[in-house]
Design a protein around this ligand. Structure first.
Ligand SMILES: NC(=O)c1ccc[n+]([C@@H]2O[C@H](COP(=O)([O-])OP(=O)(O)OC[C@H]3O[C@@H](n4cnc5c(N)ncnc54)[C@H](OP(=O)(O)O)[C@@H]3O)[C@@H](O)[C@H]2O)c1
Length: 294
């Protein structure tokens, strides 16, 4: 049986991985309570002690705006931890799957980003995630880095979909930015893609991948779709109108990429399957979340 060590087991993607990875091997799943990554002294030794065949890192500092005021912590979780995991993988002869982000790009392109497109993160979060990618690549050859984007799921903490459902229940009207385009991606689909990639990982297939759902949409259009689908499913909504606004009208501490669609061709080729369309996955997530939502 393959031994798998999963980090970030309580996160949106981590919780889905915890459910799917046992189909591939024996899983040890660590959340914050098992190992606080903010003080990573001893991380390498603790990982090596497990002698995993595969390390899957779903842990991250994901508070994009807060990262601007906590750059050291963001760097620790997003760059130092992956580096130590890659060093541990190298010393046990194991493989590492690490998750990264579309925010390594500046979003000034107007066609989907290929895996080798030039990176240029706009803020601390993106910089820390890029540093993590580079540290992994320096420390081992036996890695897969999977960049994803606009992640939401029924499990784990808040996300855009949950925020829209809450605001839609409270307000009559809402403004949502239309000048940022990307691909909403269901955490469940990311976990399925990672599980499908595991048996395919070898000298020919190590490297960088992009995985998102298919399609591209603005946050505004995504919000409209969320409300349409949620209404069909009977979520309580009092909202009557969604207004498209610009990023300038909704200032945040970190600038976001204006366009961050990722080209997923490489993974689609290796897995011999294309990712589900974002709207089909949104519908499935909303059905699942209906049972949890109060
Ligand atoms: N969310 C997005 O929109 C998005 C977009 C692109 C890429 N990604 C990438 O996708 C991956 C998964 O993201 P996600 O949305 O699943 O993130 P998430 O829900 O925020 O999960 C991250 C997990 O990391 C854990 N973590 C953070 N600091 C820790 C610490 N000091 N010690 C131990 N654990 C710690 C968190 O623990 P707690 O639960 O205890 O806080 C959380 O469970 C990440 O690599 C992220 O960068 C996410």
């Amino acid at each position: 049986m393959m031994k798998i060590l999963l980090l970030g087991a309580q996160g949106q993607v981590g919780q889905e991985l915890k459910l799917v990875l046992p189909s591939l091997g024996t899983v040890t799943a660590w959340g914050r309570a098992d190992f606080d990554l903010a003080t990573s002294g001893g991380l390498m030794a603790a990982v090596v002690e497990q002698q995993p065949d595969l390390i899957v890192n779903a842990a991250a500092y994901t508070a994009v705006d807060r990262a601007e005021s906590e750059p050291e912590l963001a760097h620790q979780i997003n760059a130092v931890v992956p580096e130590q995991l890659a060093q541990a993988a190298e010393s046990c002869g194991s493989k590492l799957i690490h998750i990264s982000t579309d925010y390594v790009f500046d979003g000034r392109q107007n066609r989907p980003y290929q895996i080798d497109a030039a990176t240029n993160p706009l803020g601390v979060y993106g910089q820390s995630k890029l540093a993590g990618e580079q540290a992994v690549q320096r420390a081992t050859d036996r890695y897969a880095i999977l960049r994803t984007a606009w992640v939401y799921g029924a499990k784990g903490k808040g996300n855009f979909v949950k925020t829209m459902l809450r605001l839609g229940a409270e307000r009559d009207e809402l403004g949502v930015v239309y000048d940022q385009v990307g691909t909403p991606t269901w955490a469940y689909d990311i976990a399925q893609a990672i599980a499908a990639l595991v048996p395919q990982l070898n000298e020919q297939t190590f490297g960088i991948y992009h995985y998102t759902n298919s399609g591209a949409v603005s946050w505004y259009d995504f919000a409209v779709a969320i409300f349409e689908e949620a209404r069909t499913l009977g979520y309580p909504l009092q909202l009557s109108s969604v207004r498209p606004i610009t990023s300038e009208q909704y200032p945040t501490p970190t600038e976001r990429p204006a366009y961050s669609v990722l080209a997923g061709d490489r993974l689609a080729r290796v897995l011999n399957q294309t990712a589900p369309h974002w709207r089909a996955s949104l519908r499935k997530m909303l059905k699942e979340y209906l049972n949890i939502y109060k």
